[in-house]
Design a protein around this ligand. Structure first.
Ligand SMILES: O=C(O)CCC(=O)C(=O)O
Length: 305
């Protein structure tokens, strides 16, 4: 799919024909639109849109809960474009590093290290580490590190479309070498994934597919299938029904990932990403609570949840 200029008619015609044709799309009907859209199967591809106006972004994506990749965003005019820029802005920061076999949530080990040392050892160097209880080796991942306002300023980071300090949680930095990964899970907030250095590969499952994913827990909700690329279908037969869409996110792109879209993430090369989770609106909170209760009931009755 070609990159689309953010003309409303192009969006209607090329991106979301079925959704726009059948469902009411308006801020007032956001909850209804999202619910209706979430019943859909995955789009064959996540569209790329050039720097849309916020009204267009809200109306055609946030209101529907439809993912989109934004290209040409002005947030990348400042902000790090190399790992040297990262050292200059935050080299002295302490980061939490995931080690061991973190492909399962329970096998995860954590330790703290200065960012400049982490970069020297694992991003620029080639120290192999990470054998966990299962014996699996994964590259240590400086994942999910909160950034203060001071750090944002020293790195030149700014809030992307749809986010501001009043309505968004503190941003997080995800810095990892080739093959670092995050197991399959979904979050209960919308997410803006801003890719600064290197590429990131995401396997996405819309909310309609949660019933096939063997998830447990809430906020985040993890899948018992940590890696969909190597799933054992004898143990997890229902997973065979799950439909997904693949995304390769390039530096300078932002993925808008709505709440409840499950994602498995691999960094095919050394990667720096910063993500923003806008806080949930009251309607979203109510929706999540309802969803949780419904799934509990479904499971009690023996249906896939
Ligand atoms: O980039 C990653 O490894 C995972 C990111 C993620 O899970 C998220 O932003 O919710």
């Amino acid at each position: 799919m070609a990159v689309i200029q953010a003309e409303v008619n192009d969006l209607k015609r090329e991106i979301l024909p079925s959704a726009v044709a059948y469902y009411p799309v308006s801020g007032r009907w956001r909850a209804v639109s999202r619910w209706a859209f979430s019943k859909q199967r995955p789009l064959p591809e996540i569209p790329r849109v050039v720097n849309p106006f916020s009204a267009v972004f809200n109306r055609y994506f946030v209101d529907l809960g439809a993912p989109v990749i934004i290209v040409g965003s002005e947030i990348f005019r400042s902000g790090p474009t190399t790992f040297d820029d990262l050292v200059a802005g935050a080299g002295d920061m302490e980061v939490v590093v995931r080690g061991g076999d973190y492909s399962t949530h329970s096998g995860r080990e954590q330790r703290r290290i200065r960012l400049v040392e982490y970069l020297d050892s694992y991003i620029r160097g080639s120290v192999a580490e990470g054998a966990g209880a299962s014996g699996k080796r994964l590259p240590p991942y400086a994942a999910h590190n909160h950034l203060s306002k001071k750090r944002m300023d020293s790195l030149g980071l700014v809030y992307p479309l749809g986010c501001n300090p009043r309505t968004t949680n503190r941003p997080n930095m995800w810095l990892g070498p080739a093959n670092s990964l995050t197991p399959l899970h979904y979050d209960s907030n919308d997410n803006l994934i801003c890719q600064y250095v290197g590429r990131k590969q995401l396997t996405l499952y819309p909310p309609s597919q949660i019933k096939w994913l063997y998830t447990y827990g809430y906020g985040p909700s993890w899948s018992r299938v940590d890696n969909p690329l190597t799933v054992d279908l004898n143990t997890y037969p229902r997973f065979a029904n799950a439909q997904h869409v693949d995304v390769m996110l390039a530096p300078g792109e932002i993925l808008y990932l709505p709440a409840r879209w499950s994602h498995f993430v691999v960094n095919p090369e050394a990667s720096l990403m910063v993500n923003f989770w806008p806080r949930q609106t009251l309607t979203q909170k109510m929706r999540m609570t309802l969803d949780r209760r419904l799934r509990q009931v479904k499971r009690l009755c023996g249906f896939p949840g």
